[in-house]
Write a protein that binds this ligand. Structure first.
Ligand SMILES: *[C@@H]1O[C@H](CO)[C@@H](O)[C@H](O)[C@H]1NC(C)=O
Ligand SMILES: *[C@@H]1O[C@H](CO)[C@@H](O)[C@H](O)[C@H]1NC(C)=O
Ligand SMILES: *[C@@H]1O[C@H](CO)[C@@H](O)[C@H](O)[C@H]1NC(C)=O
Ligand SMILES: *[C@@H]1O[C@H](CO)[C@@H](O)[C@H](O)[C@H]1NC(C)=O
Ligand SMILES: *[C@@H]1O[C@H](CO)[C@@H](O)[C@H](O)[C@H]1NC(C)=O
Ligand SMILES: *[C@@H]1O[C@H](CO)[C@@H](O)[C@H](O)[C@H]1NC(C)=O
Ligand SMILES: *[C@@H]1O[C@H](CO)[C@@H](O)[C@H](O)[C@H]1NC(C)=O
Length: 344
């Protein structure tokens, strides 16, 4: 027991040769040799590798700087260079009154996505008298273990019986119109966040955060209108003039976050990232552990939503489906997300 503690102390310096030297030194000290039977030494040598794994690995077993209280934390930057190169913990996630000014290159890119951009500054000035103006989710730390389920709309959820598992997560983040009513067994009934844009918005219950994905300035104008004048009824298609949702739970994804996902995670493929993909990366920034449900095709390769029969396209031209798929696969390989593929 004593020797194991000594080894732990030594591995804190993260040096293999130190460990070996101490083991050797211990062997030469007569009173310690009495203490350490040869089997103990063999055991120690045997465990040396796993100790090193613990030191360098994702378990935060020895390191004092554990990023969260879960067994594996998204933000543990030690265990994946690929991830660390892309993940920027300081990127603004959600708009508020103090971070709303866009850097000129972000602004230029974002405005190019839209047909006739309104005056962003004027629109944003109306936002925060109306919606909560604060910093969200800055509570990361060693005492937090926030588990999240990101629930996509794939037909592979049908028959999965994932409902109770999904609802077990602290946050359940859903995307666009994906309903729960009538599908509870497979998709669960809890929704803490729903990511929408005007064309995909539905009524929410009062425990759900409406998280707007602003692809264009008009989307922000629509959000304001939906809670005030209700006079925006059209974007490029008819949209609901209003929706049921708790005004005090409204959040707006930051255009700079959208650009960051485009740069760092889809590496410039497609025009801008899909809602599902943005939601997944958003979850990596507000959660400590991320489980992913309802992404991808059914086991026989069919792409459709669990709530409708029409087939959906995988590569739309706007979004880089293939590249997003590869990035999601890699996130799984790097232990950053846990994929649940469904049963059908
Ligand atoms: C925008 O410009 C800043 C420097 O002004 C640079 O650091 C940043 O990487 C640029 N961002 C994009 C998305 O090009
Ligand atoms: C947007 O509105 C602000 C405030 O009304 C004004 O100062 C600015 O010049 C406008 N920008 C453009 C591009 O029209
Ligand atoms: C707005 O968000 C930023 C982080 O993006 C944060 O530093 C700032 O304190 C927030 N402002 C308000 C008013 O909450
Ligand atoms: C939220 O909705 C439930 C059921 O629709 C209702 O019973 C409850 O009073 C509502 N809570 C608030 C704060 O509006
Ligand atoms: C909606 O109403 C506001 C204020 O009454 C007005 O400024 C705006 O132009 C109207 N928008 C549309 C699309 O009718
Ligand atoms: C990710 O973003 C950061 C800054 O936000 C940048 O320095 C870095 O080069 C980006 N990495 C990739 C792979 O795009
Ligand atoms: C997405 O990735 C999975 C896992 O590697 C693969 O089986 C599937 O064929 C990919 N989908 C497409 C459409 O490329």
């Amino acid at each position: 027991m004593i020797s194991i503690i000594i080894l732990f102390e030594v591995t804190k310096t993260s040096n293999i040769t130190d460990v070996k030297m101490v083991v050797l030194r211990l062997k030469h000290q007569r009173y310690m040799t009495a203490l350490l039977s040869s089997t103990t030494i063999l055991l120690l040598l045997y465990f040396q590798n796993s100790l090193l794994v613990f030191t360098y690995g994702s378990y935060g077993f020895i390191s004092k700087e554990v990023p969260c209280e879960c067994s594996i934390c998204v933000t543990d930057r030690e265990n994946s260079n690929w991830f660390s190169e892309r993940y920027d913990p300081n990127i603004p996630l959600l708009l508020n009154s103090t971070n709303s000014v866009l850097r000129s290159n972000v602004s230029r890119w974002w405005k190019e996505l839209q047909l006739n951009a309104g005056n962003y500054t004027e629109v944003v000035d109306q936002l925060f008298p109306l919606f909560p103006d604060k910093e969200h989710y800055s509570d990361t730390g060693p005492d937090r273990c926030r588990t999240c389920a990101v629930v996509g709309n794939s037909g592979n959820l049908l028959g999965s019986k994932y409902g109770p598992l999904i609802d077990f997560h602290d946050f359940v983040i859903r995307i666009n119109k994906g309903p729960t009513e009538g599908y509870e067994k497979d998709v669960g009934s809890k929704t803490t966040h729903r990511i929408v844009y005007p064309e995909s918005a539905i009524d929410l219950d009062n425990s759900t955060h409406l998280v707007l994905l602003p692809v264009k300035i008009l989307d922000i104008q629509w959000l304001i209108s939906a809670f005030t004048t209700k006079n925006i009824t059209q974007t490029y298609i008819d949209v609901p003039s209003t929706i049921k949702a708790d005004k005090d739970k409204v959040m707006i994804l930051h255009p700079e976050f959208i650009r960051y996902v485009y740069d760092n995670w889809t590496e410039g493929h497609g025009r801008y990232p899909s809602t599902g993909f943005l939601t997944l990366i958003f979850a990596l920034h507000i959660c400590d552990e991320v489980s992913v449900f309802g992404f991808g095709a059914t086991s026989d390769g069919i792409w459709h939503h669990y709530f409708e029969k029409t087939l959906t396209s995988f590569e739309s031209g706007i979004h880089a489906g293939k590249f997003e798929n590869e990035t999601i696969n890699r996130l799984q390989q790097e232990n950053k997300i846990l994929m649940h593929k469904g049963w059908t």
